[in-house]
Design a protein around this ligand. Structure first.
Ligand code: DGJ
Length: 732
């Protein structure tokens, strides 16, 4: 890994063993792209790439009359001069003009990586990464921008963000400040996004890229289940095991946009960042603005390798604290067992049985505070309901601990019900637009986290509940999109700051609570997977993946999630059947066989299953305890897609490649078929593995595959709907 500055040609070359990212100071003085791709030799001058000519209908720089931004790949363009593509940023000045012209001022190359104040971001030691910061200045306004690029030693990854600072005297307005623009030399790629809705999150959707553009966005104030802030660009022939692909993951949890734009010269522009709609950031003299970070990864070895890069990078350089690379406790959550209808006695009855099964952590979900007996009331009143918990959270935690389990509980700190003491006292603390109706979502409103005193108040209230109680885990929920966004506190010209300030407020509260309670395991949640993004992983290393706990639907949801996020981050539980969301019944084995590939837990009352099933549950917990490190932190491979076949398969492999676990699921049985083979991946070709008591070479299992007839003589044919297998293989 190194970052080279070639002063004569004014070129930068960031490289590691796998990738090269080459930029130049253009004839206009701003930053242009020369190349991003597989590692190439370092060369002092590659300016032959720069086009210094005109074409019909192309506007040229008046000083040289030989350079057009339109004909050259840009690093961070604005609209208004000679670039006609989608702009990365826009600055409005006093006189209403929006044309900017930033030129090179200086640069800095250093080891490691800096934090982005108040925002989540990957981090790296001096050995793990190098950073280039290029400072450009707009001569007219004296606004500067720092374009920051970090390259990692071990990963084919570039992390980028931008800092704007007003060094002039007049105020300007930032009306767009994306995190990246990447102009690629050709556009023969496909666009892969992860779309969905509540209970069907992160389903891969592949689109053709051709003349015009493709984009996804969220304007819900949360990253959303509708579109995830993670996109892959891949060659049409790229699959899980081979081919080129580039990923873009935004480390941010609020409104975003991602766009792929094909120009008429065969090139592709990629953009990602905060959504510019309802975003205006006044920059007064001396003020600065940081964009969120975007993590760009690249591979020539297929989508599994791309996913593995994100999994490892996020586990090693994004997740922080005690739970970084630490296997997660097996939990039981009471939500689907009781909803809000419980008292302490009932909770302890469920907990007692959970303990007998071997569960390590009991989680009390929604309904323990205020007048929270249904969805209509109580949010905002973070005081225990004495009718349900006579000894409060502290008392219940003590009793759960006495049973021999850790204790955790649910909060939804960003919300308030109109029927709550907090709203009655502070109606102005909810986001609402003067003179307009306030839409409700699940009968609740969103607190104005752009206001410091609101975050402060909630922090104190939660801290009070958590202090002196033995709390090991918090599930932080968020159950509606933001609407009528307007803050009663600030003047009209600052209303364009509210969406971003809101999410900064959320991050601030996370940071405070994490600092006070460093050992607590946070799990983020947003009606399931409505806010499953890299930003959240900086604070909460795992996220409740979906409210849909049906094993068969979960295969699809977890499969889609695995493209961009580590298995250790995927909250996955075994719930009761028929499933609450789909009505489908699957065996207790299949439900666990899916949930193993996640953080693993139960979400049902174990008193209500048969004694035979209870014995199975006990074995499942023992099995997960033995292998959870491998499940959660092993190298993950997708093997067979539930979106393409009636079967799905995936596997995890240990770091030394001597141990592996694969899973095969039958989504739908097919009559009159041969059992077939399942090709494994990631094994040592020359080693002999024991699988179901028999020896197989690694290359045999990877190239011929596992003969499915040996798992089940019927193969996956008649009567095999929802049957599944999880098999361990180990070198002899
Ligand atoms: C939505 C979450 O996704 C559920 O798991 C549960 O915590 C409920 N909220 C509680 O209201």
């Amino acid at each position: 890994m190194d970052i080279k500055w070639h002063s004569k040609s004014k070129q930068y070359h960031l490289y590691n063993d796998k990738i090269s990212y080459i930029m130049c100071i253009t004839p206009l003085g701003d930053l242009g792209n020369i190349y991003f791709g597989k590692r190439v030799h370092d060369k002092a001058d590659m300016s032959y790439v720069v086009n210094r000519f005109g074409l019909p209908n192309v506007a040229l720089d008046p000083d040289t009359e030989s350079y057009s931004q339109e004909l050259n790949r840009q690093e961070y363009p604005c609209f208004g001069a000679t670039d006609f593509g989608t702009q990365a940023y826009e600055i409005e000045t006093d006189n209403g003009s929006k044309v900017s012209s930033f030129t090179y001022l200086k640069h800095r190359i250093f080891k490691g990586k800096k934090e982005i104040k108040g925002l989540p971001a990957t981090y790296a030691s001096d050995d793990e990464a190098m950073t280039l910061e290029v400072t450009l200045e707009d001569d007219l306004t004296k606004v500067t921008m720092i374009l920051s690029y970090t390259i990692f030693e071990k990963y084919p990854v570039i992390a980028r963000h931008v800092t704007f600072s007003n060094k002039g005297t007049a105020q300007v307005k930032l009306t767009r400040a994306l995190s990246m623009c990447l102009d690629l030399a050709d556009q023969k790629y496909e666009w892969m996004q992860f779309s969905g809705a509540w209970a069907r999150e992160r389903i891969p959707v592949v689109k053709e890229l051709s003349a015009g553009s493709v984009s996804i966005e969220s304007k819900r104030g949360i990253s959303s289940a509708n579109q995830n802030p993670f996109v892959i660009i891949k060659r049409p022939e790229t699959n899980d095991f081979s081919g080129e692909a580039i990923g873009m993951s935004l480390v941010y949890s609020g409104n975003f946009i991602a766009k792929g734009e094909c120009d008429t010269f065969g090139r592709l522009r990629l953009l990602m960042g905060i959504h510019p709609d309802r975003f205006t950031w006044p920059l007064k003299k001396g003020e600065s603005f940081d964009t969120p970070e975007v993590v760009i990864a690249r591979t020539d070895e297929g989508l599994n390798e791309l996913s593995q890069t994100y999994h490892k990078l996020f586990n090693n350089n994004l997740v922080r604290g005690k739970w970084k690379n630490t296997p997660r406790p097996i939990l039981l959550n009471n939500w689907e067992a009781t909803f809000m209808d419980f008292d302490e006695e009932r909770i302890l009855e469920i907990a007692q049985k959970a303990k007998e099964a071997g569960v390590e952590l009991f989680v009390l979900d929604d309904g323990w505070f205020g007048e929270r007996n249904d969805d209509f009331a109580g949010l905002g009143d973070w005081v225990e309901n004495p009718k349900k918990l006579p000894d409060g959270i502290r008392g219940l935690a003590r009793k759960i601990n006495a049973l021999g389990m850790k204790f955790g509980f649910w909060i939804e700190p960003e919300m308030v019900n109109p029927d709550s003491n907090l709203y009655r006292r502070h109606p102005e603390w909810a986001l609402k637009t003067p003179g307009r109706k306030s839409s409700l979502g699940r009968h609740q409103m969103v607190l104005d986290y752009s206001r410091r005193e609101v975050v402060d108040y909630i922090y104190k209230a939660l801290k009070k509940v958590m202090t002196n109680a033995s709390v090991s885990y918090i599930k932080w929920d968020m159950n509606r999109s933001l609407t009528e966004v307007y803050s009663a506190k600030i003047p009209p010209e600052e209303q364009g700051m509210v969406y971003h300030k809101y999410i900064m407020g959320v991050y601030r509260l996370y940071e405070w609570l994490r600092a006070d309670f460093p050992d607590i395991l946070f799990e983020s949640c947003s009606s399931g997977g409505n806010r499953f993004d890299a930003g959240m992983l900086y604070y909460a290393p795992q996220a409740w993946c979906s409210d849909n706990t049906d094993a068969i639907d979960r295969i699809r949801i977890q499969y889609g999630t695995s493209y961009g996020y580590p298995i250790s981050s995927i909250g996955a539980h075994v719930s009761a059947v028929p499933n609450q969301q789909t009505g489908r019944s699957t065996s207790i084995e299949t439900r666990a066989n899916v949930a193993y590939f996640g953080t693993f837990g139960y979400e049902l009352d174990l008193n209500h299953i048969s004694s035979e099933e209870f014995e199975v549950v006990k074995k499942q917990i023992l099995f997960m305890k033995k292998y959870r490190e491998l499940f959660q932190f092993g190298t993950f491979y997708r093997l067979r897609s539930p979106f393409e076949e009636d079967q799905a398969a995936w596997m995890v492999v240990s770091e030394d490649r001597k141990k592996a676990i694969f899973a095969l699921y039958c989504l739908r049985s097919n009559v009159n078929q041969l059992p077939g083979f399942l090709k494994l991946a990631g094994l040592l070709p020359d080693e002999k593995y024991i699988l179901k008591g028999e020896e197989y070479y690694g290359d045999e299992l990877m190239n011929m595959g596992v003969t499915l007839g040996r798992l089940n003589p019927n193969g996956m044919t008649i009567g095999q709907d929802f049957v599944s297998y999880v098999e361990v293989l180990e070198v002899k």
